[in-house]
Design a protein around this ligand. Structure first.
Ligand code: GLY
Length: 437
């Protein structure tokens, strides 16, 4: 009998959050034979297919803990960053219930870009050189000292919209001044990192860290990476173009050093550490950390995970990850394509009916911004659905994902049409180490 959960004692699990990531978590947990009862709170119009929905203000840590107690759950899985940064995991731990997710102090790795930079400096982790600025004049000076493209990041949480990358120094400065107009705000201005991006998510109990399959997100709203940044318009996993040994290298140079540094500070990080990396000519370098599963990366990574998820997450919660067996993965690939509401990433249209026609096998429509009104599923957020397919190859998974997307009808709804396209065509390459950026 292994620690964690593998003794198949039935467990009741509460997933906290409203989006497609939480739908993907719920779907994967529902496949674990150890899970006897699953709640996804507040959930959405799709999570109810696999989990019981309950009203919850996920941003209120006391409310999360109270629901966990009231429902006598055995494990709480906190999905989004907002509740984690607010202290949801601390509140649940304080009532003695195992929880998958970092403390508020550890979640600062995502909650503050400048904190993450400080941890990386202490841990010797490769990342772009940066300046943290609190006034517009400091930001202007930091920009003047750099070459385009300019990278400006709001220091705090911004739902994927707090980053501007631009060749226009005036736009960069205006963005920085705009962010800094809020009381107490800071911006981080950093050197641009060349090379394709990788999302490497890893589960950890605060001591041991185990990487999941590498994935790639598509953050811009338009095909060919045009238009503003979003929370993510689609993803795929694994990455056929990633040089062999990269995951081990990142484990050694990024993931383990950060986990060790957080433990050394007395704020161990348990849950998912999401490393956003650029594959530069000097090797993998950290663009950002997130303190939770990526959305939409979770949809593709969890679609391929064969290891029972509740046992894995419980092992992170109870500190027994080191004695878990190696992760098992379904062979092949997964692709997810986000269907967004008209107006996203600006103000999305709400209340439009969501109709899903017949779907091919191996396609799941994961819900994000949906609710049920008078018996109809309608849009209630920017990213509405995440249409996820698995297949024996990346090309097969991509074809099926788009068949799924084409079965969706939402007035004004749209998707990128190029998710995973460059990878399928073999057009992504990693700069060779030592080559000029
Ligand atoms: N896909 C980007 C994120 O989850 O932050």
């Amino acid at each position: 009998m292994l620690p964690g959960l593998s003794n198949l004692v039935p467990v009741k699990v509460l997933v906290v959050g409203p989006g497609a990531r939480e739908h993907a978590l719920s779907l994967a947990l529902s496949r674990d034979p150890a899970v006897s009862h699953l709640i996804c709170a507040p959930g959405n119009a799709g999570t109810t297919d696999v989990a019981e929905a309950m009203p919850l203000d996920a941003a209120d840590p006391a409310a999360v803990a109270a629901l966990a107690v009231a429902e006598s759950v055995d494990l709480v899985v906190v999905g989004p960053e907002g509740p984690l940064v607010a202290g949801a995991a601390d509140a649940v731990r304080a009532v003695g219930i195992p929880v998958f997710g970092p403390s508020a102090a550890a979640a600062q790795l995502e909650g503050s870009k400048s904190f993450a930079k400080e941890v990386m400096a202490a841990a010797g982790v490769p990342t772009a050189a940066s300046d943290t600025c609190v006034t517009g004049d400091e930001a202007a000076a930091a920009l003047a000292a750099r070459q385009p493209p300019y990278v400006v990041k709001a220091d705090g949480l911004a739902a994927g919209k707090g980053v501007l990358v631009t060749d226009d120094v005036v736009a960069a400065e205006n963005f920085a001044r705009d962010v800094l107009s809020a009381t107490g705000a800071r911006v981080v201005i950093e050197d641009f990192l060349d090379g394709p991006e990788v999302s490497l998510l890893a589960v950890t109990d605060g001591t041991t860290i185990v990487p999941l399959l590498p994935a790639q997100d598509h953050k811009r709203v338009g095909d060919d990476d045009t238009g503003p940044n979003t929370g993510g318009m689609g993803a795929y996993a694994p990455l056929p173009w990633l040089p062999a040994g990269t995951v081990d290298l990142v484990q050694k140079t990024v993931l383990q050093p950060v986990i060790d540094e957080m433990a050394r500070r007395g704020t161990p990080f348990s849950g998912v550490l999401y490393a956003g990396l650029a594959m530069t000519s000097r090797g993998p370098s950290v663009v950002e950390f997130n303190c939770r599963f990526g959305d939409p990366e979770a949809q593709v990574v969890l679609a391929l995970l064969k290891t029972p998820l509740a046992g894995l997450l419980m092992a992170c919660a109870d500190g027994t990850l080191a004695v878990q067996p190696p992760l098992e993965w379904q062979p092949g690939s997964a692709v997810t394509v986000v269907v967004a509401a008209e107006g996203y990433p600006g103000t999305p249209a709400a209340g439009d009916q969501v109709v899903v026609g017949d779907l091919p096998a191996e396609v799941a429509v994961l819900h994000a911004g949906t609710s049920v009104v008078a018996g109809d599923v309608v849009t209630s957020g920017g990213r509405v659905l995440s249409v996820t397919a698995t297949g024996s190859s990346l090309a097969a998974a991509r074809t099926k994902a788009y068949e799924g997307v084409d079965a969706v009808r939402i007035r004004g709804g749209f998707s990128r049409r190029d998710i995973a396209a460059k990878a399928v065509r073999g057009e992504i390459s990693v700069p060779s180490q030592g080559s000029e950026p």
